[in-house]
Structure formats: C-alpha cells, structure tokens
Design a protein. Sequence first.
Length: 232
Amino acid sequence: MTLDLYVVDAFTQKQFQGNQAAVIPLKGWLETELMQKIAMENNLSETAFIKEITPNKYEIRWFSPLSEIDFCGHATLASSFIIFNYFKCKDEIEFSTLKVGSLYVYQNDDGKIQMSFPNQEPQETEDDVKNIEYDSLKLKKLAPYDVVVTASSMKYDFISRYFWPSNGGDEDPVTGSIHSGLAPYWAKELSKTNLIAYQASSRGGVLYCEIQNDRVLISGFAVLYMQGKIYI
C-alpha cells in the first residue's frame, strides 16, 4: 500500500516557522492502530488523515505521536492548504469530525486560510500568571488536561504558550484549536471581536481571530515543506 504524504508549516509564510503537520489523504479509513503507528513514525506534533466525501466535504482525524486528538487547528489548516492548492478546490471546505462537529474553511484572495471553529470560551480559574516554570513531569500528572499560558501584548492583541506533555509533546509550536477558547476570552477582555494572536514558541506563529457568536474564525497562512510517499 502506498500513501501520499505532505508536510506543511502552518500559521506562517516561511518554511521552518509556524507548526508542522503531516497530511495524508485516504480513499478509505485505515485501522486506528495503523494510523497511530504512522503518526508515531512521522513524529510531528500532529498527523491529519483526510477522506473525501464529496469534492468539498472531507472527514478528518488527527493523531499526535501518542494518541488520537479530539481537535487540532494547525493540522486542519495544513489539510486545507493541501486541498486548496493540490486538489484544486476553490470553494468552501467542510470537515466532518468525530468530536467537535463540522469545521468550515475557505481561502481568501491573499492566500490566508480562514477556519470556522466552535466557540469554546474558557472559564477563568486564575487572576493572572506572572512567572512560568515549565516542568514536563509535573504537567504530565494533569492528564488528560493540558496547560495554556496567555497574556496581553504590545505588538499583538494577545500571546500564548501551550504545553501538552501528557497528550503529544512538551510545548506545541502553534495551536489553532486552543484559540477557539483564547480568542473569546480576549475578545471580552479587550472589547473587540477581531484579534491578532501570536504563539510565542521557539518557532512562533501568527493567528488572525474573529468572533462570530457561537463560532470562532481562525485564519493563517501555510507553506509546503515536503511531499512524498509512505510505503506500507
């Protein structure tokens, strides 16, 4: 069996920045165990498997090297980039997911890809965060929960860092899904519905966010890094 493989840097316009994701188009679903092994072999924060239902509708599943993930933004962006640029789709894409319903995506004239996610506004549990000491072993004890640290910013509307050692890796470079919660929070804090966010990992990435009632639009650019084949 031969499978196509794409690796995309998401939420950036430059290679070696943003967050990497592998995208694997399928004609039929593989066994979950095999998809997990492929994700482990890829050893990227996420591998997205996409299966076409119609030319503009796909099923999508995401896997970290450790487990299947309920929701991943940057791998959705990477998958959309491939569909728009290599499958020649020009209209809106609908992704059907197992856990978060339908996700809707379209590409602007400037190449920016906009994703409509469910609004997952968080409930505040701390007043502020001043000093962060990152201890992977301690964070793993929070499983199945992950940790995001966020603050307002002079250059952007807000910045964040995201840690998920119990589910995929230590620090995620750029996390689209978590912004479906961060953007509603900062929209209320800043009294604005359009926000620009920066995830301040070592790779870094910019996300353009817009609140529309029960949906959050997350937009960003992407760039292809690699195209190849998997032989199983």
